[in-house]
Design a protein around this ligand. Structure first.
Ligand SMILES: N[C@@H](CCC(=O)N[C@@H](CS)C(=O)NCC(=O)O)C(=O)O
Length: 213
């Protein structure tokens, strides 16, 4: 198999997911950081790989794969050694269910929260409440397990980690972040401990978006 190349944008949660998956699975890869300000993701050469001009795109030989969750699923198929979609049927069911619920139910609240904070706009109450309620549920789960995926991080952990960092970045940039959002992990010790545990895994700290450092 030819060497993988990941096209990404600094601070993009879907691209960060793929980078995390590659790092956690120990799969070697090259990467190309696209400069959005200079329109690199709209250049004809990139649109030939990803017609929407979005990241991530993972290229192997003459195949260009897009959509972060599709890439994560493919990675487990191509590199089964360190699974991220569960290591038995029971954990696979749990991981897939979590990821689909996060993608369908949690993503709108995460996106609204991060964008409201970053653009200094009011955060709709419904989105704030959905986020805090999901954080409560996740924190409760993490009281009895190291990772959402069990003993090792799986795709559900990989989904959540960039999402929470995106919100934390918004909190830092916002002029007046709502207190319960600013204290999202502070108020939930199991969630805070999980963030630290994830960050301490080999290679994970290096995936932190360069322009957020
Ligand atoms: N559903 C896609 C979403 C990808 C996406 O929205 N990427 C954004 C960054 S977070 C992007 O590339 N935006 C640049 C643009 O659309 O110009 C996935 O999961 O891969």
């Amino acid at each position: 198999m030819s060497r993988l190349t990941l096209y990404w944008i600094s601070g993009s949660p879907p691209a960060w997911r793929v980078m995390l998956a590659l790092v956690l699975k120990g799969v070697p890869f090259d990467h190309r950081l696209l400069d959005v300000q200079n329109g690199e993701n709209r250049a004809p050469e990139y649109l030939a790989l990803n017609p929407k001009g979005q990241v991530p795109t993972l290229v192997m030989g003459d195949v260009a794969l897009r959509e972060s969750l599709a890439i994560l699923a493919w990675l487990d198929r191509a590199f089964p050694d360190r699974p991220i979609w569960g290591d038995d049927t029971k954990s696979a069911a749990r991981v897939w269910q979590d990821v689909m619920l996060m993608e369908v139910d949690l993503r709108p609240a995460v996106t609204s929260t991060a964008q409201s904070l970053l653009r200094n706009r009011p955060l709709p109450d419904a989105d704030r409440d959905a986020l805090l309620s999901a954080a409560d549920d996740i924190a409760e789960t993490l009281e009895s397990t190291d990772f959402l995926g069990g003993d090792a991080p799986m795709a559900n952990d990989i989904w959540l980690y960039p999402a929470l960092h995106w919100i934390a970045r918004g909190v830092v940039k916002s002029a007046s972040p709502p207190e319960p959002v600013a204290r999202l992990s502070e108020d939930r010790p199991s969630l805070k401990a999980w963030m630290k545990r994830m960050s301490a895994l080999p290679g994970v700290a290096e995936t932190y978006p360069p322009h957020w450092r």
